[in-house]
Design a protein around this ligand. Structure first.
Ligand code: UDP
Length: 404
């Protein structure tokens, strides 16, 4: 279990001292975070580091997970897809399941805290079932820049009860919305199992357990099997690259309990890969292992992230922190992390040739790879580490609790 002191060599004393002071000012307060899963996806990843670290540092932050049936999570995935712009419709029956699940959950979730933070759409409607005694914050992690209007109008009915909305990117600001909005960028934990240092020998040994040899360049995408992450497009790009250079592809994705579409997408990906001329070089892994993610991101010559929508894309900072260059889509939160030509390359998600060209360039040019890798590490240390995330949350807490 890490304490703040363990981050000293990475972020320096000044950063830690400032965090200690910010925590001291509200150490008698009790805060609660509510989201929909403790495992799978970027939100769970962050909360798994952030919440224990707050508590061990002296600030009481509780964590609650919404209880829902498979139907509920199918509906909330639909809401998620709609908020990202997909044409979906919610029937009255589906709205009722969503609403009633939130009501039921609220019955046994007693919230006497000084501040409540609700993540994403799944527990959003809970607020309707409480006599509101404290500030409520809605933390929205997805790209809201072009939502399906009907879904947004439904969701807005709940959001308006909150005191502030937190988003991941300026361009996701909600227009004509009467409540304050604040940007907090996500962040990675450099000391977690997923990101901690590993030697080359360890990387090679972990990969060998999955029958992956490091005898030729590796391209990888680590993502839930989700159509928004475009795993089929990744295979298409890989086939272009593979025509020119001998290399292999790893698609690693575990399942998240709040994303019931995963197995269907995995099936499509496996089918597509089995039809590829280069199928011997495509490794598809449905495994839940932080150590494996770490080894794949470190063992890769280059990482691809070909998402069609991406609220932030924590996997990008994870790879950059490990000095692995990333070629990714120029959408959502990705350009916050990749500066084209500095620590990776950006392309329109439809530009298969553009992706392939830069992947080949990086694979062939070790000097370029090292330069992009070093820049990537520096950029993440400066902008996207968990200590900065703690500091941003503490600022928000102070803002709402200063007069209480
Ligand atoms: N992840 C993982 N195992 C996998 C695939 C993804 O642990 O097989 C993690 C990944 O390392 C990252 C998070 O899930 O920490 C994904 O976050 P991101 O913001 O990239 O995407 P999201 O899933 O939240 O849309």
């Amino acid at each position: 279990m890490n304490t703040l002191d363990d981050y000293l060599s990475i972020v320096g004393e000044e950063t830690l001292q400032s965090l200690r002071e910010k925590i001291e000012r509200i150490k008698d307060k009790h805060i609660v975070f509510i989201n929909s899963t403790y495992q799978g996806g970027g939100v769970a990843e962050m909360l798994n580091s952030l919440i224990p670290l707050f508590n061990i540092s002296g600030l009481k932050v509780g964590w609650r997970i919404v209880h829902g049936s498979r139907d509920f999570f199918t509906i909330t995935k639909k809401i998620h897809n709609g908020l990202q712009g997909k044409e979906v419709e919610l029937s009255d029956y589906e709205k009722r399941i969503y609403y009633e699940t939130n009501r039921r959950y609220s019955l046994f979730t007693h919230l006497d805290h000084d501040l409540v933070v609700v993540h994403d759409p799944q527990p959003l409607a809970m607020i309707k079932f409480y006599e509101k005694k404290q500030p409520w914050i809605w933390r929205m992690h997805i790209d809201l820049s072009n939502p399906n209007r009907a879904i947004w109008n439904y969701v807005k009915e709940f959001v308006t009860h909150y005191d502030e909305v937190v988003i991941s990117n300026k361009s996701y600001s909600i227009k004509d919305f009467p409540k304050p909005q604040r940007i907090i960028y996500p962040a990675i934990d450099p000391l977690s199992l997923k990101n901690k240092e590993l030697s080359n020998a360890e990387v090679s040994s972990i990969l060998s357990k999955y029958e992956i040899r490091m005898d030729k360049p590796i391209i990888s995408q680590v993502s839930r099997f989700d159509i928004w992450k475009d795993p089929l497009g990744v295979i298409e790009v890989f086939e272009e690259v593979r025509k020119d250079v001998d290399c292999q592809l790893i698609l690693l994705g575990s399942m998240a309990s709040d994303d019931p579409e995963g197995f269907k997408v995995l099936e499509q990906v496996e089918k597509r890969a089995s039809q590829s001329k280069f199928r011997e070089d495509i490794h598809i892994l449905n495994v839940s292992s932080d150590l494996l993610v770490n080894a794949v991101q470190r063992g890769s010559t280059v990482v691809i992230q070909k998402s069609k929508r991406e609220g932030f894309g924590l996997v990008i900072s994870e790879a950059l922190y490990k000095r692995t260059p990333v070629v990714a889509s120029n959408i959502g939160g990705i350009p916050l992390q990749i500066k084209n030509g500095y620590n990776g390359f950006l392309h329109d998600p439809k530009d298969i040739q553009g992706f392939a060209k830069d992947l080949i360039k990086i694979i062939r040019d070790k000097e370029l790879r090292d330069e992009l890798g070093n820049n990537g590490r520096e950029f993440v240390v400066k902008n996207f580490l968990i200590t900065r995330l703690m500091s941003d949350w503490l600022d928000l807490f102070h803002n709402h609790l200063k007069n209480k």
